[in-house]
Design a protein around this ligand. Structure first.
Ligand code: ASP
Length: 604
């Protein structure tokens, strides 16, 4: 079917076009029939412009919201009173002289043009009709930003001598800590490809191949529990470099992040604060000070440890925990004095959700008459309520000092085994930060967490598991502990974190076949299994493999940071919901009996 092609885009029409005849193509964003005249906001990818249709001359009845139109009209200046300063095209309107409906639209499943109402539309419905959902300017803007981010990342790496290379999707299992997605191989029933959890092994082979600097905008597939910041398939900026030390990779990724983010912030008017130089913490420091390996450093409120202070306390909850080898640690809640008993028990429930047995607390009063039962301490401070009555003066003073408490604080304590305590305390700290308004979405606080342990003990599997993946290099100075005390071996391994979330993981890799074999062995992979699963890597390392390392920041998560989105699905054009369901395609789906047979498969 022929149609009149546009002479202009909707968003570019201005007062200077007044009097001109234009042809526009686009969608009827909003139709308003005012009886004597019909107004239509016409939308294309450049923006919106108002159309005016005189029913005496043209019949607008077939123009429904979201139908696709071509039209001809004359640009007119709007009268002073009807100008709309909020729209870039708000000084003008198009008096339509003729139109053609290129494609009609059925009644819509949701009001595409009404952003407020769209906020309450069921998400699965939006994804089922994603082609309508994406018509919203607020949605299409996200993908313009996403494209620009990827373009700038590519440019940054291209300028530094990297080569972009695609690696296979049908491959063999490469462990990153998740379950594999498997694809049956028709020609040899019983054999399967695995979809890559990351291009890890291929990128290392590109280093053996002498490429030296590789990157890829890589799709990765991981069958793991879904969370707000996870999808079964997601995109990473995957990169690898040869003849580098950890510091070279850290510098590269920090430079990339700071440059790209600050440029996007300007170009897209994101209103973010300039990205500051990255902070650096070791894994151990991060766990001690923030209770986790992905700390939110937009605010302080560091955890404090009072185990020594309360070790012999008459308050059994505290002294008992220390006696059992645990710790008593806590976090300040600035201004928490205003919380009622009920509010505090709400906080305690929050802690219990994450496995705490309980949460002890007391207030730091602001004066001697700041509420009932205030106790004055020799250091000039005051406390009241909660567990303060079970603690001695000396213990209370010691706690206030360790907590660097301020008048008006609520001090919250978790008495438990170290890692169980961390699991609660880090969430409690973030929750308090949130409630105190300290998690400013306009600040992106990026930083490195360094020196992760190489392996961690898996009590269920009764074995050592990689903290990162099996190709991560142990630190040279810790190699001697590999057999005697593997849990103490640190790795040349680093994460980039941002605002309490993990953005990137990377490491310096093993490149010597003997070290790689030793690490496989430590992970309980015997020689026969090593050959079967990773023989190709062990073989390749015998042909002059260079020292190398890399990193892989998540692109979807990056967009979440830029746009302050809590939900990864908002930055993916066609995301999965629930456990991996695609509501648009209705995938996964059943297959024909003939396909079962072809694959040599049957349901047991
Ligand atoms: N494979 C990545 C790397 O170490 C990390 C990841 O995929 O999370 O470069």
């Amino acid at each position: 079917m022929s149609f009149a092609q546009r002479s202009h885009t909707c968003g570019e029409i201005r007062a200077e076009h007044a009097g001109q005849t234009v042809v526009l193509n686009g969608w009827a964003h909003k139709v308003r029939d005012l009886g004597g005249v019909t107004f239509v906001d016409l939308r294309d990818r450049s923006g919106l412009v108002q159309l005016l249709i005189d029913p005496a001359k043209l019949d607008p009845k077939d123009i429904r919201n979201e139908c696709c139109l071509s039209l001809e009209g004359v640009v007119r200046l709007r009268s002073e009173q009807t100008r709309n300063p909020k729209m870039p095209t708000g000084d003008v309107e198009i008096e339509v002289t003729g139109f053609q409906i290129l494609s009609a639209a059925k009644p819509l499943p949701f009001p595409v043009s009404d952003e407020d109402q769209m906020n309450s539309v069921n998400e699965e419905l939006r994804i089922k009709y994603r082609y309508l959902d994406l018509r919203r300017p607020s949605m299409s803007k996200k993908f313009a930003l996403r494209a620009a981010a990827i373009r700038k990342m590519r440019q940054y790496l291209d300028d530094r001598g990297f080569t972009e290379i695609e690696t296979p999707i049908f491959t063999k299992s490469t462990p990153e800590g998740a379950r594999d997605y498997l694809v049956p191989y028709r020609l040899e029933p019983g054999k399967f490809y695995a979809l890559p959890q990351s291009p890890q092994q291929y990128k290392q082979m590109l280093m053996v191949a002498g490429l030296e600097r590789y990157y890829q905008v890589a799709r990765c597939f991981r069958d793991e529990a879904q969370r707000a910041d996870r999808q079964p398939e997601f995109t990473q900026l995957d990169l690898e470099m040869s003849f580098v030390k950890q510091e070279d990779i850290l510098e590269l990724i920090e430079g990339l992040c700071v440059n790209v983010t600050n440029e996007l912030n300007q170009e897209f008017d994101l209103g973010l604060q300039e990205v500051e130089p990255f902070f650096r913490l070791t894994y151990q420091e991060s766990m001690e000070r923030f209770g986790c390996d992905k700390p939110d450093l937009r605010f302080g409120l560091e955890l404090f440890d009072v185990s020594d202070v309360v070790a012999g306390s008459g308050f059994g909850v505290f002294s008992g925990a220390v006696e059992a080898g645990g710790k008593v640690r806590g976090v300040r809640y600035p201004g928490g004095i205003v919380l009622s008993r009920k509010d505090v028990s709400g906080l305690e429930d929050f802690c219990k959700e994450f496995g705490a047995k309980g949460m002890a607390s007391f207030y730091v009063a602001r004066s001697a008459d700041d509420g009932e039962g205030v106790m004055a301490l020799p250091n000039g401070m005051f406390v009241r309520g909660g567990c303060s009555k079970f603690l001695s003066e000396a213990e209370l003073v010691g706690i206030l000092t360790a907590a660097q408490a301020e008048p008006g604080d609520l001090l919250c304590f978790i008495a438990d085994e170290y890692s169980a305590g961390n699991n609660v305390l880090y969430r409690l700290r973030v929750e308090i930060g949130e409630r105190c308004g300290l998690r400013d979405p306009k600040i992106l606080r990026f930083g490195f967490v360094l020196d992760f342990p190489l392996v961690e003990w898996n009590p269920e599997g009764n074995r050592w598991d990689s903290v990162h993946h099996p190709f991560t290099s142990p630190k040279a100075e810790d190699l001697h502990l590999l057999d005697s005390d593997p849990g103490k071996v640190r790795a040349d391994c680093y994460d980039v974190v941002c605002n309490g979330s993990e953005w990137a993981s990377g490491s310096i890799r093993i490149y010597r076949p003997d070290v790689q074999s030793r690490v496989f062995e430590l992970l309980g992979i015997d020689e026969a299994r090593q050959q079967e699963r990773f023989g190709h890597i062990l073989e390749a390392f015998q042909y002059g493999a260079p020292p190398h390392g890399g990193i892989a920041p998540g692109i979807d998560r990056y967009l979440m940071y830029l746009l302050d989105e809590d939900n990864i699905r908002e930055v993916i054009a066609f995301p999965k919901v629930g456990g991996g369901y695609d509501p648009f395609m209705d995938a996964p789906s059943t297959i024909d009996p003939q396909q079962w047979a072809e694959m040599g498969l049957r349901l047991s």
